[in-house]
Design a protein around this ligand. Sequence first.
Ligand SMILES: CC(=O)N[C@@H]([C@@H](O)[C@H](O)[C@H](O)CO)[C@@H](O)CC(=O)C(=O)O
Length: 330
Amino acid sequence: MLSTKGSVSREVTRLRSSAMASQKKLQGLVAATVTPLTSDGKINLSVIGQYVDYLVDKQGVKNVFVNGTTGEGLALSSQERKQLAEEWVNQGKKKLEHVIIHVGALSLPESKELARHAAEIGASGISAIAPFFFKPTNKGALVAFLREVASEAPHIPFYYYHIPPLTGVKICIEDLLDGIKKQIPTFQGVKYSDTDLLDFAQCMDKYNKEQFLLLYGVDEQLLSALAVGATGAVGSTYNYLGQANNMMFQAYANQDFALARKYQFCIGEFLSFVFKLGFGVAQTKAIMTSLSGIPMGPPRLPLMSASEEFITKAKAKLDSLPFLTTYPAK
Ligand SMILES: CC(=O)N[C@@H]([C@@H](O)[C@H](O)[C@H](O)CO)[C@@H](O)CC(=O)C(=O)O
């Protein structure tokens, strides 16, 4: 009896692991989605279907990262995060390839609950930032936290979300990856939102055998990350500059480095312009509303809406760079 039970559960584990292995490999662009809000500040689930179609049909982006920084995940309640996760998974069925849910939170029980929920609803993967009020001060503490979170979703990939400019947690990823699979069996990679390309390159080189996925998260430097071997990227600008970034990926793959640089420089010109005006989640939402026609609404306090002046100037700048928004016919 016991051995039958044991072999059934081994079989279930084997099937689940092979389901994980057979999932299409995550590569290319992943849009860090914004969270649509109504004008009175409630989450607006009614436009997620339209949002999925816009990403797939107009931007050529088939992967999303939900409830992250751009999605104001840490400003949402757990209930809102779960509703958004469910809507993205449901609307993304048969259209999106990967729906990764960010489940990081300041409290471990909350993060575990969100991880469990994401697994139950059929998310393709989960990711978590380091808690940033009481911070882990060393690798052991960080891994212990992440292990507890990841173990709530034992059959889907886990990505550590490294974003030291916002969390203040600066544990070196080259060190973090050493032996991580033994501690977190579902560990798949890192969403790397930092400019430290030395650390990033060391990870690519040193852990080549493990085939970790290092998804780069600083859009204005993506080409540099491709040069050291990145095969995927998560970012806010892929919501509306997906096509241009896909072209850059393609040019790089074709070894047309002059064209790849042209895309990166042009993207850089736009971003450098908006950075000077003041750029963040609120401005990303405003740009998305203006370009996609989908009402993304205001950000949640304490973030403040982008000014009309910002929207006008950003739009005019994009219009002056048609290379970014017009594409050769397929
Ligand atoms: C700090 C920040 O928001 N970084 C963005 C970038 O995409 C960023 O908006 C872009 O590189 C422009 O600076 C992403 O790394 C964040 C992200 O992927 C997320 O929303 O989870």
